[in-house]
Design a protein around this ligand. Sequence first.
Ligand code: GLN
Length: 427
Amino acid sequence: MRSPILGYLDTVIEETAHISAGDVAGYIPELAAADPDRVAIALCTVNGTVYSSGDVDHRFSIQSMSKPFAYALAIEDHGLGAVLDNVGVEPSGEAFNELSLDPETGKPRNPMINAGAIATHALLKSDEESSVERMLKLFSQLTGRQIDIEEAVAASELGAGDRNLGLAHLLRAAGALAQEPGPAVEGYIRQCAASVTVRDLALMAATLANAGVQPETGEQVLRRQTTRQVLSVMASCGMYDAAGDWLSTVGIPAKSGVAGGIIGVLPGQIGVAVFSPRLDPHGNSARGIEMMKRLSEDLGLHLMDTGRPARSSLRETRTVIVEGQPATIYVLQGDLVLSSIESLVHEIIEHPPQTDLIIFDMSRVDEVHAVARRTSSDMATKLVEEGHQIILIDPDETVTDFQDSQGRPVERWSPHRLEQATEGPER
Ligand code: GLN
C-alpha cells in the first residue's frame, strides 16, 4: 500500500506547479544554467522514515543551507562562548550578502548571512583535515552517504566571488576574520558547493530535530546544546530579511540556499526539505516557500500553534495497604515538564495525602526536565518535613538525585516489591 503521506507530498507538488515567479540565481553562472522546473520535496521523521516526491534524486548545491551546520561544527570545536565572541546572533534585517557588522562590537551580526558564515568557516579547526574536508565528513555523517563537492559550481562561484572576497577583506580589517580572506572565502564557497538531494537535506534537518542524533544510524553527530543554538539562530536569522514573515507564516526554524533548496525543522518531530530553483527577491526559493507554507498549514508544523496542551503528569491517585500500612500512590506518566508537574503539585496541595506513607510510581515516566526534578524534589522535602515517608518506584532511574531534607536518598522499591507488598485497593 502506498503511504497517504506520499500521496500528500505529490499533491503539494501538483498544487504549486503554477508558481513560476522569480529567477534562478544569476550571479553564479553555473546556477544560472539550472533547470528552473525541477522540483522535489522530502520529509524525514525523528524515527528515520523518509518520504519524498518529485525529482528526489536530483542533486544540487547546498549553498547557504550549509551555514547552520558550519555553525554547529564551530560550536563543537570551540564551545558556544568562543563562537559568540566572534559572530553574533541578531537578525540583520538585510540581504544575505550585505556586510552586516554590529556597529558596537564589529562582529558579523549572525552566522546565517555571508559575512557571518565566512567568519564561522574561518573558525573551523583544520589540523590533519582541512575545514572543507571536515564539513564534507559532517555532511556525510548527517546524510548517511558520502557527500562530495560539485566542482563546477565551486569553480563558477570562485570565479564570481568578488563580493564575498570584498566582505572577507572588510571583516579582516575589522578584526573579525580568523584567516586570510582568500582561503576563508575559498573554504566557505567549497562548503556551499556540497552536492545534495532533498532526501539528504531532510535527514540533515531531521538530525537537528532529533537533538543531534542522526535518525537512521542512531549516531549522536552533534551535541544537544549545539542543535538548540543552531535552531534558535535559524529561527531568528535563517530567512534573512524575510525572517519575521517566515516565522509568523511558516513558523519553524529554516534555512534557504540560492540553488533553490529550503530546509525546515520541527524540533522533536521532523525535518523537511524542498527544492525549486526560482528565487524571490530575498534569494529564497519562491515555490519552495509556498510548498513550505502548505506543509506547515496541512501538517500542523507551526511552532507557536500550541494545539493540545501538555498532558497532566498525574495518571491516577490510589490509596492502598502496603505492608499493613495505608499508603497513597501517585502514578505519574509521560514527560515531566513544568506544566505537567504542576498538576501533581496542585493535587497534593489541594488534597493533602491522608496517609503517612506516600509512593510515587514513576514506571510510566519517560523524561524528567530539570524544572520538574527541582519542583518535585522540593515537594518531596516538604512532605518529609510534614512527617511523611516517601518511596519511589523508578525502575528506569529517571530521577537520580531525589533526597530528603537531610540529604538522604529517598527509599526506592522495584515495581515487583510494591506489587508483593500491596494488599489491595481500599478507597
Ligand atoms: N554561496 C552563496 C553565496 O555566498 C550562498 C548564498 C546563499 O545560498 N544565500 O553567495
